[in-house]
Design a protein around this ligand. Sequence first.
Ligand code: ATP
Length: 211
Amino acid sequence: MTGGDPLRLGVLGGTFDPPHYGHLALAETARVQLGLARVLFVPAGDPPHKPGYPLSPAVHRAAMVTAAIADNSAFVLSRVDLDRPGPHYTVDMLALLRGMFAGAEFYFLMGGDSLAEFLTWRDPVGIVRQAVLVVMERPGWTADIPVLEREIPGIRERLVWLDAPRLDLSATDLRRRVREGLPIRYLVPPAVEAYIREHRLYARENSDCRR
Ligand code: ATP
């Protein structure tokens, strides 16, 4: 990047309940492939896409993200969606970040599942106007690009596919694994596993903390 080039910022929104190597691989692949200066990890407060989803308290999810990204100086926790009342739509979050980082170019990172459901999001045209979509394919999900192009003309030019292996990892499955006493070692960073154990997250007897 030369001096006059705009700052390239990646944004990875999610519930991160818990963060796992799928998120980190997505962020790091995007950082390298697109030359991103930073990737902002943006935990959702009250996710509009998961109504009724029994989310862990934000304090835990933010702490786990902090632990997960600690060894990568390009990765940063953003509290933009944690410190404001919901609902938290991506289109609004991007507008806030664009205000904070004037002149930066934004790259919104997502898994193939998110792209497949993108038309259900609030103002997808507004999102694509503000950020390039950077997608890592995810097992079991295929986005219908012609339909997306019909609904959001020009989206093809705003889409970048990452060259990354498909990782069949999800927070849903990790929570199940903890609940059932199965190992999560090598699926999440050691510090995230330690945090989950220390705070007894996702354990059956503690399931009420997720309501
Ligand atoms: P849950 O299972 O609770 O729905 P999740 O594992 O999908 O959670 P989120 O925090 O909802 O994690 O995901 C944040 C973003 O990261 C989304 O865009 C999602 O598509 C992407 N992502 C999550 N896991 C992967 C993965 N294994 N490969 C590629 N992208 C992923």
